[in-house]
Design a protein around this ligand. Structure first.
Ligand code: IPE
Ligand code: IPE
Ligand code: MG
Length: 244
């Protein structure tokens, strides 16, 4: 595999992805392998996310979208869910303290209604106060499901009086509005499925699967994923450069 092209410019033919999406999976198994409770895995996963966000920003990736809690994850034992909620609160409080230093726009994708009022408040404050930053954007998917997103988009479109529909118009009703689609979707943790993540947005994403568990998915692993992406030929249904 060729090494990561570090001086790549986002979106150009040198192919640094403008938008990376990550299914942050494998926290539970990471903890189990160490004889630790699953909560320790989620805590290590949160650290890994902080590092990933900084690294992507440093590389010049414009959008990072992470799957932190799915519409299906409520099925988990109540104590695990409560642990994840308190980690989210901790993360958001820290993010608010670091806003001016990090200068990253934070968006939350997902319906916040089922969350505790304080967690909802922190989410809104993070979104409001970070909206002034336009350099890099991190989207955190909480209580997020790809099908749920599409159904909500349809409801909002109907509530708007059914304006003339196109892919562009319908896309504008997704959580991210019309931000560019993910170029690269990374799933650590060994599973090869999409688990209801970004079903609309990943129509032409390049998929990268890795057996490395999310808490161990460090800068080196990101480099490998991006280098693999840079080797791909994206055709979007066309015949590709080699044939032209
Ligand atoms: C991902 O890690 C975090 C969430 C889904 C909240 P998991 O908790 O799914 O870890 P594994 O897949 O059980 O190892
Ligand atoms: C996907 O991981 C959701 C998140 C990482 C937040 P899961 O662990 O919930 O996915 P499945 O159940 O293995 O498909
Ligand atoms: Mg999992």
């Amino acid at each position: 595999m060729s090494p990561l092209k570090r001086n790549a410019v986002a979106g150009e033919s040198s192919k640094l992805p403008r938008h990376i999406a990550v299914i942050m999976d494998g926290n539970g198994r990471w903890a189990k392998r160490r004889g630790l409770p699953r909560s320790a895995g989620h805590s290590a996963g949160a650290d890994s996310f902080r590092k990933a966000a900084r690294y992507c920003q440093k590389l010049g990736v414009e959008y990072l979208t992470v799957y932190a809690f799915s519409t299906e994850n409520w099925k988990r034992p109540a104590d695990e869910v409560a642990g994840i909620m308190s980690l989210l609160e901790k993360y958001l409080r820290q993010a608010l303290r670091d806003l001016e230093k990090e200068k990253v726009r934070i968006c939350i994708f997902g319906d916040l209604a089922p969350f505790a009022p304080e967690l909802q408040r922190l989410c809104r404050e993070c979104m409001d106060r970070s909206s002034v930053y336009t350099g890099a954007q991190v989207n955190i998917c909480l209580n997020y499901g790809g099908r749920d997103e599409i159904v909500r988009a349809a409801r909002r479109w109907a509530a708007d009086g059914c304006p003339e529909l196109s892919e562009q118009v319908f896309g504008s009703y997704m959580w991210g509005g019309n931000i560019p689609d993910p170029d690269l979707l990374i799933r650590p943790g060994g599973e090869k499925r999409i688990s209801n993540f970004l079903l609309w947005e990943c129509a032409y994403a390049e998929f990268y699967f890795s057996d490395v568990l999310w808490p161990d998915f460090d800068e080196k692993e990101f480099d490998k994923a991006i280098a693999a992406y840079q080797e791909r030929q994206r055709r979007f249904g066309d015949i590709g450069d080699n044939e032209a």
